[in-house]
Every structure is written in structure tokens, then in C-alpha cells.
Design a protein around this ligand. Structure first.
Ligand code: OGA
Ligand code: NI
Length: 339
């Protein structure tokens, strides 16, 4: 049975299975941050992107509005299935808690081949084109950002090309339906992205929060037409935290403007349902290494820092296995992989 929030009748009260213990619930804090957006590059003006971005989310929204039987055809609880629709999170919740989120998860060979394409949902009309266009544009943007990061830390600009970024590309479409009691549940648990770098598009409805000092969570205000860029664990392991800090100080006052807001390590984030009970859809592209890729701190950076590597070398496949066992929290992952 397809266990989807977006297929269920709207609910007046939050079922118990979604209620989180008090210390894990969204705070009542009103702190919010607007992540800095890099200035447009000089050159001929580009076509405004805003409408295009909004169209992508609108098109993907339609998927969750399909009749229940259409969605049921794509639904699966099999975590090993590369393309599937499910409810909740891959990150394990407690015994009882469920997450207030439906997710369409698509795995893509890059560039997209026929077999991949045929494995994606074919409703609503043109969804495959929409996803492919999004994937191509965001992957290119992600690779461009990686090149700029390399320049910032003094690595050769193509350092992340090849197997470090050459794994399958995952596109996830998150849908958080209106929630009857948003203050008592979560859409996505606290986690750092496991991959190299993530480009997330959110619409006008807020819901993304990042961890802040002292265990607080702050809202990331949606910026129209902008992507939220998350640095994943693999990027952190490769680049050393201190170097991230250097990029920040080097770019904040310069004119390159990599959008990081000083949250330069792999930042813990989570999603909460909208307090005003609006539905929210977001879409993210995850760039990741190949499974066999050995991820270790860049030798050039270790040498420059004059100390040993801070992370042990593991293949991306091994990382993912250990990650599954230790859970999504930053602390556990650090313990498992830091030297
Ligand atoms: C994710 C994620 C946040 C959001 O998919 O990894 O963090 O705002 N999504 O939906
Ligand atoms: Ni995430």
C-alpha cells in the first residue's frame, strides 16, 4: 500500500506516529538568515531565471497532485531501488516517529541515458524533460562552483572532475503537505548531505533550517530564483575545515562571492512543515563520487597545513555503509571518519 501523505485525505490532527519528543521539535525561535547570493557575473545580461525556476517547482508539484493510483504505481519501500516514490526519510527515525514528507527520488546516469529516462515516472506530461533540464543545469552549476572553490584554496581547477564527482546524480523532489500541527513534527531530520555538493531549489514557502551555535536552528529564508548550496561530507573531507574558513574570509570581501555565509563546513540542516500550513515542494541535485572513489583529504592541502590528514581515507561506498550505521547526525559521522 502506498503510504503517501500527498495521497491521504487532509488531516485535522497530527497522528501520534508523527509526533516527535519535545527536544527534537521545531523551536519557536524566529531567527532567520538570508544566505548571501553571489553577484551576477559581468557580461551580457542573461534571461531572468526566476520564472524558469518557479516553473520547475510547479511542474514537479503536479506530480504529487496526481491521482493516488498514478502515484501508487511508482511507490516503493525498497531502499535499494534507484528510482522510487516513498514517504518519510531514508534517515532512520525513532521507533515511532515518521517524517512529514513525501519524496520522489530519481537516480541518473550522467549524461542521462535511455535506460534511466525510461525508469522515471512519465506523468505528469513532460516531467522527464523537466527533470533532465534541471539536472543538466544544476550539475553544470555545481561543477562550476567546485572549480571556483578549487581556485579559492589553491587546488588545480579540475581537481573535482573525474571520479570525485562522477558518480550517479541523484535528484530528489521533496514534498511537505500542509500539516495540521507543524510545531510537533519534522519534515526531514537533522543531517549533513552525504555527497560532495548539493544544489537545492526551494520555492516561496520556508521550511529549511540550519544548525546554529548552541543547538539552535535558524530558518533559511527562501531567496527567489536562488539555489541553496550545501557542502557535503565528501567535500569537507577533501578540503579540511580550516581551508573552508579561508575561502570565506578570502571571498567575502573580494569580488568572487561564493555563497556560503560562513557556514562553510558541511552544515547540518533539517526541514520543518510550514507553520502557515502551506504545501511546500523543494528539489535538489546531489553530485557525488563514484562508489570506488577513495575520498581522502587533498594531499596538497595536508602538506600546506603542515599536519597529518584529519579524515581517514575511505571509498565512497564504505562511507555510505558506515553512515547508514552511525546515523545522520554530524557528531556520529565525525567520530567515525575523523582521525
Ligand atoms: C535534502 C534536504 C531540504 C529541503 O533533501 O537533503 O536537505 O528544504 N532538503 O527540502
Ligand atoms: Ni539535505
Amino acid at each position: 500500500m502506498a503510504n503517501l501523505l500527498s495521497s491521504a485525505a487532509s488531516q485535522e490532527t497530527l497522528p501520534d506516529s508523527f509526533v516527535f519528543p519535545e527536544d527534537q521539535r521545531p523551536p519557536t525561535s524566529t531567527a532567520a538568515v538570508e544566505l548571501p547570493v553571489p553577484p551576477p557575473r559581468r557580461g551580457p545580461p542573461r534571461r531572468p531565471r526566476r520564472r524558469q525556476g518557479a516553473r520547475i517547482l510547479q511542474a514537479l508539484d503536479k506530480f504529487f497532485a496526481l491521482p493516488a493510483e498514478d502515484k501508487a504505481a511508482f511507490y516503493s519501500d525498497d531502499k535499494d531501488k534507484p528510482n522510487r516514490l516513498f514517504s518519510g526519510s531514508m534517515y532512520r527515525a525513532g521507533e515511532r516517529e515518521r517524517y512529514w514528507r513525501d519524496c520522489l527520488r530519481l537516480t541518473c546516469a550522467f549524461p542521462v541515458d535511455d535506460a534511466t529516462w525510461n525508469d522515471w515516472p512519465d506523468k505528469p506530461h513532460r516531467i522527464r524533460e523537466v527533470v533532465e533540464r534541471f539536472l543538466m543545469a544544476t550539475r553544470a552549476l555545481g561543477m562550476e562552483l567546485l572549480r571556483l572553490l578549487c581556485e579559492g584554496v589553491g587546488l588545480r581547477h579540475d581537481y573535482f572532475d573525474g571520479e570525485l564527482s562522477g558518480g550517479a546524480v541523484i535528484v530528489t523532489v521533496n514534498h511537505y503537505p500542509p500539516c495540521p500541527d507543524p510545531a510537533r513534527t519534522l519534515g526531514l531530520p537533522p543531517h549533513c548531505d552525504r555527497n560532495l555538493i548539493t544544489l537545492l531549489r526551494q520555492g516561496d514557502v520556508p521550511g529549511l533550517q540550519v544548525a546554529y551555535r548552541g543547538g539552535d536552528w535558524i530558518d533559511v529564508r527562501p531567496v527567489p530564483g536562488a539555489f541553496v548550496v550545501n557542502f557535503g561530507h565528501q567535500l569537507e573531507a577533501r578540503l579540511h575545515l580550516d581551508h573552508f574558513r579561508q575561502i570565506f574570509t578570502a571571498t567575502r570581501y573580494g569580488d568572487r562571492g561564493i555563497a556560503t555565509n560562513g557556514l562553510l563546513k558541511s552544515v547540518e540542516h533539517r526541514a520543518v512543515p510550514d507553520a502557515a500550513a502551506r504545501p511546500r515542494t523543494s528539489v535538489a541535485t546531489f553530485i557525488m563520487p563514484t562508489g570506488d572513489c577513495l575520498v581522502a583529504p587533498a594531499e596538497e592541502l595536508v602538506a600546506a597545513a603542515g599536519e597529518g590528514p584529519r579524515y581517514r581515507a575511505v571509498t565512497f561506498r564504505e562511507f555510505m555503509e558506515v553512515y547508514k550505521a552511525v546515523g545522520a547526525r554530524r557528531e556520529g559521522v565525525e567520530k567515525a571518519f575523523k582521525t
